[in-house]
Design a protein around this ligand. Structure first.
Ligand SMILES: [Zn+2]
Length: 247
């Protein structure tokens, strides 16, 4: 009898490890391909959008409109603030701190007003190791959590001790399927929380406005589907940044 109970627990009920699928910049192509796939599987993600760029373009790539934002909320995804105009807040000096504060605070106000919802997560733009203590304080005063992005895997812990120090891992074109699987395995084995940050997930890559090379934060939709299927083959809990904070 005891053995049967343990077996049931291991086979379905007990989860080990946490994963957040995050999409930074909310590209329309990513919405059409990747989020469409997640919706079919009933998986909820966190989408970080720059409020002032909704329905416009970033690096020549179209960003979702308010209509798509509302569809995302209706499907249970989380929308996180990603500033108003996507500046690199790390490069803003003392004189620019007022502008940075405006970017952080006003983006929340715009999203909440236009979408009639509460925005509790903030995502700093660009790959960054550290941000200014003043901006951290500003964002910490209005958001429940803040996320930075690293180009290396970072394994957060749940329960989250410091919601102002959450870090995501930016998935890039150069990362092999085996490399990504290795970290999923680690998440499950060590019961950690990994935030995988995707940007452009589509059937074709595009060049950035200021770089002649193909975009490095790209994943082909076929590879994305295989990766998500691999995550689902594990016993990992998939949840949004907001929901991870509740554990
Ligand atoms: Zn961004």
């Amino acid at each position: 009898m005891t053995r049967l109970v343990i077996s049931i627990t291991l086979n379905g009920m007990r989860k080990s490890g946490y994963l957040t699928i995050a999409f930074d910049d909310a590209y329309l192509d990513t919405y059409k391909h990747a989020i469409h796939y997640l919706n079919k599987l009933n998986i909820k993600s966190t989408i970080a959008v720059a409020a002032g760029l909704i329905g416009k373009k970033l690096e020549k790539r179209p960003i979702i409109g308010f209509r798509e934002c509302r569809m995302l909320l209706r499907s249970g995804h989380e929308i996180a603030s990603h500033t108003l105009t996507h500046p690199n807040l790390l490069r803003i000096d003392k004189a620019g701190e007022d502008r940075a504060k405006f970017e952080i605070i006003d983006s929340k106000r715009v999203l909440e007003k236009k979408l009639s919802c509460k925005i509790s997560s903030f995502v700093f733009p660009y790959i960054a190791q550290n941000e200014s203590p003043a901006l951290r304080k500003t964002a910490g005063a209005v958001y429940k959590s803040m996320r930075l992005t690293s180009d290396r895997p970072v394994f957060n812990r749940i329960p989250v001790k410091n919601p102002r120090k959450i870090t995501g891992f930016a998935i890039m074109r150069k990362h092999s399927a085996a490399y990504l699987k290795k970290h999923i395995d680690y998440v499950e084995k060590e019961n950690r929380w990994l935030i995988e940050v995707f940007h452009l997930v589509s059937d074709k890559n595009t060049k950035s406005a200021h770089r002649p090379k193909p975009y490095r934060f790209f994943m082909h939709i076929d590879d994305f589907k295989k990766h998500v299927d691999y995550i689902l083959s594990k016993n990992i809990m998939i949840l949004t940044q907001r929901d991870a904070l509740k554990l």
